[in-house]
Design a protein around this ligand. Structure first.
Ligand SMILES: [Zn+2]
Ligand SMILES: [Zn+2]
Length: 391
């Protein structure tokens, strides 16, 4: 592995300290006030320009712009989860019931490190790097807030990453095309007719409909999605009834649908609706669906993926082709506006994302900083030559 300190000229101990401070004081989506204040403090200390976009939480900053040129953006998410930390770490959360269990503290510290590194060579940058510290990723709301604030205007391409516990430190997971899933949610309300449990023929039992729905909905994945594509439907909540001897008049189902392709997503949502209507009707009940529209799939631009590979080669890290993740990620919302590349940084964790004992190997922090510093330079070079043909 190359010497990151030499590559970026910044003190890694300081970056680890920043990550641990963030980890100690996690804040939930849209409540990241202290986190934003801390980020601002660190950036201002390094004389990085903090911009004035209308965001309640989160923050936009810029480096470069001394040389005229394109604007590219780097994005980190800053929010935490409503989880009681059980990592046993000396710098574990001091905010009860809140935890950086998705590693967004790592993402934030890494982007601050990139800001410091780019600041040191600001006059050499062939354009501007806009740094987006995005709130509310876990609620899939923050990217839209950033876009609505105007912070994406003038930006030609955007780059972001997620830590990846199952990849070793020193590896970068880069893949063009789909990388993470569209994550839609559903609430199905089945309405029947209640009756005495001993006289079911006097009613229309919504529990029978709900039970059939749980299994029938799986046929959408097995019978309507090509074996070469993929989709997940999970019913995660099923509630009906209050008593052993009463057939209730209502049943509620909730869950999520994950897909990696717009066409498959539309097809699954359409068939889901048909199955719900048909099964409900078959048992003399009715059903309504309320959709919770999640982010679309993360879909990486092919030219930017090549840029990502070039940055890995330049910094001496191992680029690998990762398996797509069925988790959702609202970075995808930016990619609907401008070309983007989202990638994985190997962090050799012992637990998956959102686990109460989630942790990561901090040696991945300098990897991420040196990698993204180089990637930003390459992206500015690329766009300052008009999307150059050198790739
Ligand atoms: Zn998460
Ligand atoms: Zn995350």
């Amino acid at each position: 592995m190359p010497s990151e300190a030499l590559l970026t000229g910044i003190a890694i101990e300081r970056m680890i300290d920043i990550r641990r401070q963030l980890h100690r004081y996690p804040e939930l989506s849209n409540e990241e006030y202290e986190t934003t204040r801390r980020i601002r403090g660190w950036l201002e200390e390094a004389r990085v320009r903090v911009k004035d976009y209308p965001l309640a939480t989160g923050l936009i900053a810029e480096v470069g712009g001394i040389q005229e040129g394109p604007v590219i953006a780097l994005r980190a998410d800053i929010d935490a989860l409503p989880i009681q930390e059980k990592s046993g770490l000396p710098f574990a959360s001091l905010n009860p019931g809140k935890m950086h269990a998705c590693g967004h503290d790592f993402h934030t510290a890494a982007l601050i490190g990139v800001a410091f590194a780019l600041k040191k060579q600001e006059s050499r940058l062939k354009g501007t790097v806009r740094l987006i510290f995005q709130p509310a990723e876990e609620k899939a709301k923050g990217a839209k807030l950033v876009i609505d604030s105007g912070a994406l205007e003038g930006v030609q391409a955007i780059f972001g990453m997620h830590n990846k516990p199952d990849l070793p430190v020193g590896t970068i997971g880069i893949k063009e095309g789909p990388l993470m899933a569209a994550a839609d949610g559903f609430l199905v309300k089945v309405e029947g007719k209640g009756s005495h449990a001993a006289v079911p023929e006097a009613g229309n039992d919504p529990i029978v409909t709900a039970a059939h729905l749980v299994t029938a909905l799986q046929s959408v994945v097995s019978r309507n999605v090509s074996s070469l594509s993929s989709a997940v439907i999970s019913v995660t909540k099923l509630h009906s009834g209050e008593s052993w001897n009463v057939i209730p008049d209502q049943a509620l189902l909730e869950g999520t649908i994950r897909t990696f392709d717009d066409g498959v997503r539309l097809q699954v949502l359409k068939r889901f609706g048909q199955v719900v209507d048909g099964v409900a009707a078959a048992f003399g009940t009715t059903a309504s669906i309320r959709w919770i529209e999640g982010p679309p799939p993360v879909n990486n631009d092919a030219a930017l993926a090549k840029l990502g590979l070039a940055a890995a080669a330049d910094t001496g890290y191992q680029a690998i082709t990762p398996n797509p993740s069925p988790a959702g990620e609202d970075f995808a919302v930016y990619q609907r506006e401008i070309p983007g590349l989202f990638l994985f940084i190997g962090t050799a964790g012992t637990q998956e994302w959102h686990h109460p004992a989630f942790d990561l190997d901090e040696r991945a922090l300098p990897v991420s900083i040196s990698y993204f510093t180089r990637l930003a330079e390459l992206a500015l070079d690329y766009y300052s030559t008009g999307g150059g043909a050198s790739l």
